[in-house]
Design a protein around this ligand. Sequence first.
Ligand code: AMP
Ligand code: ZN
Length: 672
Amino acid sequence: MSPTEAKNRIEALTAELKQHNYNYYVLAMPTITDMDFDFKLKELAELEKQFPEFADGDSPTQKVGGDITKEFETVKHQWPMLSLGNTYNEQELIDFDERVRKAIGDDFEYVCELKFDGLSMSLTYQNGKLERAVTRGDGVQGDDVTTNVRTIQSIPKKLHPGDYPDHFEIRGEVFMHRKAFEKLNNERIEIGEQPYANPRNFASGTIKMQDSAEVAKRPLDSFQYFLYTDKQLFKTHWESLNAVKSWGFHVCEHTQLCRHIDEVLAFIAVWDKKRFDLSYDIDGIVLKVNSLEQQQELGFTAKSPRWAISYKFKAQSVETILQSVSYQVGRTGSVTPVANLKPVLLAGTTVKRASLHNANEILRLDLHEGDSVYVEKGGEIIPKITGVNVAKRQSDAKPIDYITHCPECGTELVRKEGEANHYCPNDEGCPPQIMGKMQHFIGRKAMNIDGLGDETIVTLYEKGFIKHISDIYELHTHADELKQMDRFGERSITNMLEGIEQSKKMPFEKVLFGMGIRYVGETVAKKLVAYFKNIDALMKASVEELNAVEEIGPRIAESLVEYWADPQHIEQIEKLRAQGLQMVAEEKEVVLASESLSGKTFIISGVFEKYSRDELKDMIEQNGGKILSSISPKLNYLVAGDNMGPAKLEKANKLNIPIISDEELLKMIASV
Ligand code: AMP
Ligand code: ZN
């Protein structure tokens, strides 16, 4: 290939792949298969290697490394997003109050608000409709994350009728409730994903995701706390908060008007204690001068307003002795180090242990045996070690060396490139993994076996009745022995055996999820079953073929292929199959709601206010319509929501394809 040819080909491939990335990640409407995408990407990578001088600095090849990430569009803020001055003690707050008093006299009020621990978001509304959502970024410009923010229920896409201006900006905090955080984080741990450290990180990780359908599955919430308009509409911040509430925005009810700094200090004292009763994390309070005119008088420094300040709660901290480090092995073999501490009182509870996360954390802290450590309790339930009092270290103290072998089974631990955690690879022979695996298998979301619980699994394992999942289905051959055991009554044995027998009817997707393959969560199991239909086809699929399935990335694909490569796993699967478990997808009879769309083809693109794309897709199929994967002359209708990609629109227009709204689609369904 001549250099000119190479240059042309590189440019063409780069442009094409960028468009595909956009279709996939922004529109969630891929127009080619992942496999074709990968082929083209490979061709591009090879050409770039041969002719590096023609490679685009922003080439799609530079963004693949497991998962492709597309940068969000950068948007400049109309009003810069400044930070707030921070204070950490009452005196600093009193000093702030005095500065304000000097500037504007004694006649003013404060609004006290909670300081939500999430990420700030700027929302722009045009004629009552959400137009744009932008992250703070560096304060001057941020990322356009509108598509993701549209999935947040408490952010109105359309306002209640009201006297709001045509154009305004409103700012607030996006966050995740602690309960949702714990639930979702546990689900991540369950399938071997890295957990997030706190709800804030989970929320900001979610907002930066490429796939807004994934974002929609993670419940985020939001409180608004600043209104920006071109023309001043209100006299005070307090009035503006009440107004935006009536327009449909979520404003935190724990907001208080204070006439004097003493009232502010009292507000702080209350929330310093009550914050643990909230369902979300706050890390302090924010104080704002109420009158907008006085705000203007006070003005800004380069970094922050002079009329507002934050007070940060002190994380409660104590010093104690590190007695030892122990290592827990989870169901997926993931090893977690735990610090055992000399018991100490902290924030009203006795603390004996602290999480150390992984080997990097031990290195970061440079932990030594017998170290005197600082332990902190923030919003999190489990305290953490924040540092070491090195002055107290004995001169001969040895550094804590991370273990090399599994504390439960003695197998050498492995650590995959790019991962923080160590794993014990002996998944069929390591006791906590075996028990954890069986507990996962019988769990509510998997086989949901009646009459068999986590503790019974432990007892049955310890007594030597079950070592593998398939042994559960042989328990009936031990019925008499089981009945002899003092912990079991005859009734409970019968119930358990019946529950086990019943579970053989559970659909294949539950069986697959129950196997506990790394990264194969409930949704992934469903997708795999829908695509491959039976275990044999699934086991035969190569990494490339798996990768080509919607929502199955290279990490999951590799995990599956690795799983089938272990003869012990195959033996288990064969046993389960022989025992009568479902290894084939259920044939679902499609009962059509109507024939109103029969013979018609559709593509859904963009974001809709009332329905998810999946819901619209179901509606179309249930009424006899067909979904196409790319725009072609065969397409009858393009159902378009907001934020549809310009390329798609252009193509549809070129082919004269009618573009309809979700409402028009509903009318078509109802009209016949
Ligand atoms: P800091 O990051 O410590 O400078 O604090 C400023 C940040 O606090 C802002 O960027 C917001 O994201 C956040 N914040 C949380 N709650 C509020 C609130 N009620 N009013 C203003 N800012 C808040
Ligand atoms: Zn082990």
